[in-house]
Write a protein that binds this ligand. Structure first.
Ligand SMILES: Nc1ncnc2c1ncn2[C@@H]1O[C@H](COP(=O)(O)OP(=O)(O)OP(=O)(O)O)[C@@H](O)[C@H]1O
Ligand SMILES: [Mg+2]
Length: 602
């Protein structure tokens, strides 16, 4: 099925993530901060012919762009390094500018050892671990070697050797559902193959384009020409120019350069008459062609359904389909990312921790850190339907955010004056204060000796995170409420978290007024009568239920009487506090209010 518009309907989380990773680049260019994903796509390699008889030496130049190596150095600053350099207390400048290796499951230690906070003297704290973990699950954080995909890797490598290295024109069409690793795998292979370009006997130029970067499909020609020649041309003239470049003999041209054009999201070039796609795939099949075309898109049958003429002329591209990830694939990918945390743990701790604690390192080597095995499996099971790894990464990141927020809340609540002062512990860093992880004696900013000390993502967190990623009906309902109604719900969420048991209307009003008047919120509270109306509205919307309780206590102004006995109206939430939190996440005033829950002893 061809679905050319499917990516334009991505959810807000994806958009937010992309903005984070690719600020300044046009929407729907590739997500990874790799050359293949660059908006301009102008990372190119030129290998001029060799002066040696029988063999041409190859050197790399990148005429109008930064050198490949230079670009890589920037690109390899992966998300973890970013988060570290932003948040680390004293990152050294020299350490930050050091080129970093990308994540690679095959080279676990090398990829971490040069990170700013992994230098001796800066052991990791719980805060840093959570930051690292969140960075690992950012969509733009692609490992330098993907997990699995061995068959697809072999097929692409063979195609590259047969066509690019040997100089045989041809085309390859890679299809597969969103988030199945098409772009990432091709990028990985092209990067590796670039190290072998010396084996080619011809000058080689690789041009990478994202077809979504042109508004009108016709503009792909001038875009491609601009990438090759750096010239701006009209679409009509660009076609002729490109033909003279790709098929030099037909146009009596003299170019001996061999071109590899990689077109991601090629399905966005679909037009009524399919003329553009037809031309692009036909070029490599023409006599004298010096072009290898690699197209990537979602539709499995794009070439068959839309380009019957290609089949007729026997210039159909080689086809490669990426099947959706299965449960075991997704589980493995999540585990591999989490294990990167362990590598840091081992390395930095062995170097930095006092000797009595070294033996405690990596106690539970079998399981991945920070997420319970059941939580990983549930995430994989939920995502296996679509096989979209991006969604799985989002769920893990949100789940880690949830567990981090939960831990902070507990730590904050425990550190309030009512809590008993913590007894001095040899493990706690000086200055760690009383901000201790629950039941551990470890401060949020003290060095840790094992990742097991940190609260882990559980099934509950995965369920909430899945709702956040896919949008739960409750969250959507809360989102559609007025600010006042949201405010009341947030108050109820605060009360529910305090678990004091008293959810009466009088308590609700008291808490509500107190939260409104807090200097961090500074809202004007509504009157008791107005609050009663808001509560009725929430009940009508099915977000709360009212329960009448018999009992004494003072007259609250809300309660009625039942015979001689006084009654009180109690509120029960029909949505989880996390759902309320998620629904108001874009309203700073309410986010502030929710953060008060530990401190607002009401
Ligand atoms: N096998 C894998 N191992 C590790 N990470 C992977 C793997 N496959 C995909 N990813 C990650 O999943 C994300 C999505 O991958 P990618 O962009 O390659 O998907 P795609 O198939 O090109 O999707 P689309 O059709 O939407 O362009 C990337 O962040 C990538 O790092
Ligand atoms: Mg892609």
């Amino acid at each position: 099925m061809v679905t050319p518009t499917r990516k334009r309907s991505r959810n807000a989380i994806e958009a937010e993530e992309e903005n984070l990773c690719e600020a300044g680049t046009p929407k729907r260019t590739l997500r990874s901060r790799t050359a293949l994903g660059s908006a301009s796509g102008n990372v190119e390699i030129v290998i001029p012919p060799s002066p040696k008889p029988g063999r041409k030496p190859l050197s790399r130049t990148a005429p109008s762009t930064p050198s490949r190596t230079g670009k890589k150095e920037v690109l390899n600053q992966n998300a973890i390094a970013e988060s570290r350099s932003n948040k680390a207390s004293t990152p050294s400048k020299s350490a930050r500018s050091t080129p970093l290796k990308q994540l690679s499951p095959q080279t676990p230690s090398s990829r971490w050892s040069k990170r700013p906070n992994c230098t001796p003297g800066t052991p990791r704290t719980p805060t840093m671990v959570y930051q690292d973990a969140k960075a690992l699950f950012r969509r733009c954080n692609t490992p330098s070697r993907l997990v699995g995909r061995e068959t697809e890797r072999r097929t692409i490598q063979t195609f590259w050797e047969d066509h690019v290295i040997k100089g045989n024109p041809g085309s390859l069409y890679i299809s597969g559902c969103p988030g199945t690793g098409k772009t990432a795998l091709l990028e990985e292979i092209v990067n590796r193959m670039e190290e072998r370009v010396d084996e080619a006997r011809h000058a080689l130029r690789i041009v990478k384009l994202n077809c979504m970067s042109v508004k009108d499909p016709k503009m792909i020609y001038p875009k491609l020409l601009a990438e090759i020649r750096g010239e701006q041309t009209k679409a009509k003239d660009a076609v002729k120019f490109l033909e003279s470049i790709f098929i030099p003999e037909a146009s009596k041209g003299s170019s001996r350069t061999f071109f590899v054009v990689i077109m991601d999201e090629i399905d966005s070039l679909i037009t009524k008459d399919q003329e553009i796609l037809y031309k692009l795939f036909e070029w490599p099949a023409l006599p004298g062609s010096r072009l290898v075309l690699i197209g990537i898109a979602n539709a499995l049958d794009l070439t068959e359904r839309f380009l019957p003429r290609l089949k007729a002329k026997n210039c159909q591209p080689q086809l490669l389909n990426f099947n959706p990830y299965e449960i075991k694939d997704i589980t493995e990918i999540i585990k591999q990312r989490l294990k990167c945390l362990e590598d840091v743990d081992d390395e930095t701790l062995r170097e930095n921790m006092p000797s009595p604690f070294k033996s405690a390192i990596s106690a539970a080597k079998g399981n991945a850190p920070l997420m319970h095995p059941m939580a990983i499996e549930l995430c994989a099971r939920k995502m296996a339907g679509t096989g979209d790894l991006r969604k799985a990464l989002d769920v893990c990141r949100h789940a880690i955010e949830l567990v981090e927020a939960e831990t902070r809340r507990k730590v904050l609540a425990d550190s309030l004056p009512t809590a008993a002062p913590p007894s001095p512990s040899p493990r706690r860093a000086p200055g760690a204060g009383s901000m201790l992880l629950p039941n551990s004696g470890i401060g949020l900013s003290s060095p840790i000796d094992s990742l097991d000390a940190l609260p882990k993502v559980t099934v509950k967190h995965i369920l909430s995170a899945t709702n956040m990623v896919f949008g739960s009906p409750n969250v959507n309902r809360v989102k559609s409420l007025s600010l006042q109604l949201k405010m009341v719900l947030c108050t109820l969420a605060v009360m529910a978290r305090q678990k004091k048991g008293d959810m009466s209307l009088i308590k609700l009003h008291e808490t509500y007024v107190q939260l409104c008047k807090n200097r961090r919120t500074q809202l004007i509270p509504v009157t008791k009568t107005e609050l009663q109306d808001l509560v009725t509205n929430l009940e009508t919307a099915g977000l709360i239920t009212m329960v009448t309780k018999r009992g004494g206590g003072k007259r609250d102004g809300f309660g009625g009487t039942l015979g001689e006995k006084r009654t009180s109206q109690n509120v029960e939430l029909c949505v989880r506090p996390e759902e309320i939190e998620s629904a108001v996440a874009d309203l700073p005033i309410l986010v502030n209010l929710l953060r008060l829950d530990g401190a607002a002893k009401v």
